[in-house]
Design a protein. Structure first.
Length: 405
């Protein structure tokens, strides 16, 4: 912890400010002509440590005063009026600002933009990987590797813009080696396991859960559907996905286009879903509206009050036995209904390209990367192929002693 104190000179009466701190266990100090500069340096010491703070101070003293700090340039980069970052929603821009403040700016923000080196980026990554997650339900866990990759991607884009602006010659965040971490694996339900969960879903939400599982729609897409999006006279009936809930500048959800062109798609529905939906309402009305808000259906509340209780009941052996159901041992999320949907199509032999279009993946590599391992014939086909290629190898091996003789 840095200590800031003021000292008045007996000769001149001028007050100077001293910051005392430790570097490798030894006391050090820096002097400043004003309290504001001393306080800022003291806060920097507390954030990144004495040695790193002194390095920042020396770098700034030796740099052109006109060079912006990373914090200053980040503010400019994220400012809509600067024109440096375009093509994003206001809510996304605000989200980037919050990410910057809680991720790389506490460690690197006070460096001049042209003074940050690859080693500084590495030091930030090491610090970031030790930070706890702030997500609900992840108390005591560290930030996920995916979250850190997202933070790093934003930082790298800021430096890339600084290069384009002529503020530095290179991007120090380019090709930074990041930990892969422990990725959350998707939970794939069998149809029987899904049926057990569905049995405990309240009747009001049965159609909603059935639609998620039978179409693979994302939460933000399914909750944005209006009755006008359904074509119940088509064969088979279809639903048009051309909007999704997005965050606004205030954080409140607003209806916008999906995140990619591929996400705008038409998805066929089963008659079970159509029957569960019942009689259509007014064309402009949301099909699945929140009970309290009257409009947007909030994920967090639905998960807590509806989904989690149903999963817990589906895991209860005694309760399942009472209703003649087979209990489940998995703990799926709502998004795992999308994973399960894809796995059912793959198990039925549907081509990955068709599944890509149905799920709204912009690239087939996403579909292959997430679901390719589930292809039922892949392992058999590859084993057969290698078997044919290496056919007779062991015969030659058995003849080897005679050959050598």
């Amino acid at each position: 912890m840095a200590s800031v104190t003021g000292r008045r000179s007996d000769a001149t009466g001028i007050v100077t400010w001293r910051v005392q701190f430790r570097v490798n266990g030894k006391m050090s100090q820096e002097s400043f002509p004003d309290k504001r500069g001393a306080d800022q340096f003291g806060e920097l010491v507390d954030r990144i440590g004495g040695a790193a703070a002194r390095e920042v101070l020396e770098t700034r003293r030796n740099r052109d005063v006109g060079v912006p700090t990373l914090r200053e340039f980040t503010a400019r980069y994220l400012d809509e009026d600067s024109g440096l970052l375009t093509g994003i929603e206001p809510g996304t821009r605000n989200g980037y600002q919050r990410i910057a403040e809680r991720s790389f700016l506490p460690v690197l923000g006070d460096y001049p933009i042209d003074a940050v080196q690859k080693g500084d980026i590495g030091r930030w990554v090491a610090w970031q990987e030790k930070q706890p997650s702030s997500m609900k339900g992840r108390s005591g866990q560290l930030l996920s590797a995916k979250t850190i990759r997202n933070y790093h991607a934003l930082l790298s884009s800021i430096f890339a813009s600084a290069v384009e602006e002529g503020l530095r010659p290179d991007n120090p965040a380019y090709r930074t080696r990041l930990s892969r971490g422990q990725k959350h694996e998707g939970v794939f339900l069998t149809p029987e396991e899904f049926a057990t969960i569905l049995a405990f879903i309240p009747p009001r939400w049965e159609a909603f859960i059935l639609l998620l599982a039978s179409t693979g729609l994302r939460w933000g897409e399914a909750t944005a559907l209006t009755w006008a999006d359904l074509n119940l006279t088509a064969h088979p009936p279809t639903v048009r996905v051309d909007k999704a809930w997005k965050k606004s500048t205030t954080g409140a959800p607003v209806l916008k286009h999906p995140k990619s062109r591929a996400a705008r798609r038409t998805v066929s529905m089963t008659m079970d879903v159509v029957h569960a939906l019942g009689e259509p309402g007014p064309r402009s009305d949301l099909i699945f509206a929140g009970e309290l808000s009257g409009k947007h259906l909030w994920y967090g509340r639905f998960r807590t009050t509806t989904w989690v209780p149903a999963v817990l009941k589906a895991q209860d052996p005694e309760l399942c036995e009472k209703y003649g159901l087979t209990p489940i041992t998995k703990s799926p999320t709502l998004h795992d209904l999308r994973h399960s949907h894809a796995s059912w199509l793959i198990a039925d032999g549907r081509p990955l390209a068709h599944i890509q279009a149905r799920l709204g993946h912009e690239s087939i590599t996403t579909t292959v990367g997430v679901y390719g391992h589930l292809q039922p014939d892949a392992h058999i086909d590859m084993a057969d192929s290698i078997g044919r290629t290496l056919s007779g190898v062991r015969t030659l091996r058995q003849l080897e002693p005679a050959v050598k003789g």
